[in-house]
Design a protein around this ligand. Sequence first.
Ligand code: FAD
Length: 318
Amino acid sequence: MKVTEYFKEEGKTHISFEVLPPLKGGSMKAIFDTLDPLMEFKPPFVDVTYHREEYIYKKRPSGYYEKTAIRKRPGTVGICASIMHRYKIDAVPHLICGGFTKEDTENALIDLNFLGIQNVLALRGDARKFDGRFIAEDGGHEYAIDLVKQIDGMNKGNYLDTYIVDGSKTDFCIGVAGYPEKHFECPNFDLDLEYLKAKIDAGADYIVTQMFFDNEKYFQFVDKCRAIGIDVPIVPGLKPITKKGQLRSLPRLFYVNLPLPLIKELEKNKDDKEAFREVGIEWCIQQSKELKAKGAPCLHYYTMGDTKTIKKICSEVF
Ligand code: FAD
């Protein structure tokens, strides 16, 4: 079923989870161990992230370093198929521009379609670690909007090979990313919103937000989206802070602000791991309760493999 169909249920706040493929060499057990305990909350869908190749430097016997590109977390599509098979729910693969030519994308979409996957989260992807800025593949897409257009085109039966006439139409529901605190590369918040609107106008059906820790940021974001004519569901993304290092790493990696009262409360407990974790969990519970009370269509939890924490939060909220 399409993700947006679930959101049509009046007055209902759904719950969804996002999982990462295990590091290469890992097994599906890691995914099932994460998801099995969360199934009691009846998520209608689970997202599976996509990770492009990364550069690593290997030391050669001569002492020189060799730059090699490897994919550390492959398996997104296989994991989606396994999730659908085991839990009989929808799985939403993330599909990125980075590392894909348009033809790679077309072929990936054909695979997804044949597997019965009806939803895709269309993203640009980040720059590779040593590239400094996002570099599209030769013959690939520069921005997520171009990926949205390609998927929307296939939904209309348009393939890259123009000799294909009467091509079978896919029927993907397309999600895109939104940033309540602005995407870090964009020089201006309103401009970022215009680009977001362009993704919706190009055929995207819903938005999932970057994590945020101040609900006001989400509410203002939704208001601004509505004011410029973005009328699709906007799903808040949530991540509890549970470890001391995240006080610095989450802002650095995800370009998000932490509210001062949260920082102060966490700092007070920084020498007591369990108390620190409790503060982060309680904050996320309060965020979740307010978002639910104010009618968010779905709460999307970035699990990052921490089932225990996410389960505790969901038990309090749902
Ligand atoms: P875009 O919408 O293309 O925007 C990228 C930047 O370009 C923005 O600054 C935007 O303002 C600007 N822009 C857009 N259009 C134009 C234009 N026409 N001209 C000039 N500038 C423009 N990354 C992964 O690698 N794998 C994942 O699985 C993954 N999952 C994610 C899930 C969610 C919910 C979110 C919020 C992010 C996820 N990411 C993932 C990270 C994401 O790929 C990065 O944030 C990336 O830097 C931007 O992706 P985007 O799709 O928002 O890009």
